[in-house]
Design a protein. Structure first.
Length: 283
């Protein structure tokens, strides 16, 4: 198993997309930070955003229902940026999630287009190891992605001449830990989708729909149906990985339930992908 993980990791770091996507993420983070800072200096726009947020809060539909990527960070009155809010806004904006999903599709489906998976994978007694090996490599990639996220934040703050502060280290660690687990769960789900559909086009389309919260439209329709059946507080998005990435707030109750949801999605993805590999041919 260790040799398989080492082989997958070696091939992963030799992929051009490994570096291209990380570079794109850093550039987009810096651009988003610069745009957010410019927007914050526009008083008319900030007044409009505050009015819109107040209307959404009055309707009980604040933020989580947005479709696509949306990032807007604000400095404190003293001109400093709270690291917790920086990370929360960028993670909740789905940008990192989208590019993580794109790389997961490229990496997970690459072996099905060459002879490696047929020659090596066919000799395995337990084909679920293929799923496990790729997932472990994606955990490493997610860790690298998070490190670059934080680095690009700090670089953007330094370039802008602003300052940063950390009000609560424990709260920040909770946020990073749970968001990391949620992103790993998402990457595992995308890997399972690639294993099952065996089509880059379909897997990439599903990845985009999930990562950019487009499925929220279907969740809303399902919620209406469930409410008619008697579940008055139906909110399917609240029980999904992408929903929790956007909604996560570092309190005890949300922390425990979010971890349970992330672990459940990881287990379901492993089970689905592993069973499919066990029953289907590798070519």
């Amino acid at each position: 198993m260790f040799n398989m993980i080492r082989s997958d990791f070696y091939r992963m770091v030799r992929m051009k997309s490994f570096y291209i996507i990380l570079i794109i993420i850093c550039v987009m983070n810096l651009a988003s930070f610069a745009a957010s800072k410019a927007v914050q200096e526009d008083e008319a726009y900030m007044e409009y955003m505050e009015k819109t947020a107040a209307q959404e809060e009055a309707k009980g539909d604040a933020g989580a229902s947005d479709i696509g990527m949306s990032i807007l960070i604000q400095a404190d009155p003293d001109g400093k940026f709270e690291v917790y809010m920086l990370i929360k806004e960028f993670m909740g904006g789905y940008m990192g999630l989208l590019f993580l999903g794109i790389f997961a599709v490229i990496f997970a489906s690459a072996d099905f287009n060459n002879g490696y998976i047929k020659n090596y994978g066919g000799q395995l007694r337990f084909r679920t190891r293929i799923m496990c090996s790729k997932s472990v490599c994606l955990v490493a990639y997610t860790a690298i992605l998070f490190i670059l996220f934080v680095f690009s934040f700090l670089l953007g703050v330094w370039i802008s001449g602003s300052g940063v502060k950390v009000s609560d280290v424990g709260k920040l660690v909770d946020l990073l830990s749970v968001q990391f687990l949620l992103h790993v769960a998402f990457a595992t789900v995308i890997t399972a989708i690639c294993v099952i559909v065996r089509s880059n086009l379909i897997a990439m389309a599903l990845c985009g729909c999930i990562a950019m919260n487009i499925l929220r439209v279907f969740y809303g329709l399902a919620d209406k149906g469930l409410k008619k059946l008697g579940w008055k507080k139906a909110d399917i998005a609240h029980y999904t990985v992408t929903g929790r990435i956007a909604e996560y707030a570092s309190d005890g109750k949300m922390l425990c339930s979010t971890i349970i949801i992330a672990v459940a999605f990881i287990a379901a993805a492993f089970l689905a992908g592993g069973l499919w590999l066990r029953k289907k041919d590798l070519v």
